[in-house]
Design a protein around this ligand. Structure first.
Ligand SMILES: [Zn+2]
Length: 95
């Protein structure tokens, strides 16, 4: 899936915040909470760090995600139910 417009790539940093990784085109999953539920958006195009797996969404992907989340919130999106688990992280008190 190569996109020809280069000017948009200027918005994407070519190194990761971790300082060492290189970003390459990939797909990721975007997980967000909507109305107390969890919405998972799969197959999201992003720039991925090859070292720490941090994902940087493309501007187009962010726009699409905004649209999907809005539709989901409005009940206009038919989403497949998924199993989800929620835990709270309990840190041990530092002695
Ligand atoms: Zn990184």
């Amino acid at each position: 899936m190569d996109e020809p417009y280069d000017e948009k790539n200027d918005l994407i940093p070519d190194t990761c915040n971790c300082g060492r990784g290189k970003l390459r085109r990939g797909v990721t999953e975007y997980v967000t909470k909507v109305n107390g539920g969890v919405l998972v958006i799969k197959n999201v195009p992003a720039w991925m760090c090859d070292l720490c797996d941090e994902a940087y969404l493309t501007p187009e992907a962010s726009r699409e995600i905004d649209r999907i989340v809005k539709d989901f919130r409005d009940g206009k999106l038919l989403a497949k139910p998924i199993a989800a688990g929620e835990v709270e992280l309990k840190m041990k008190e530092a002695a």
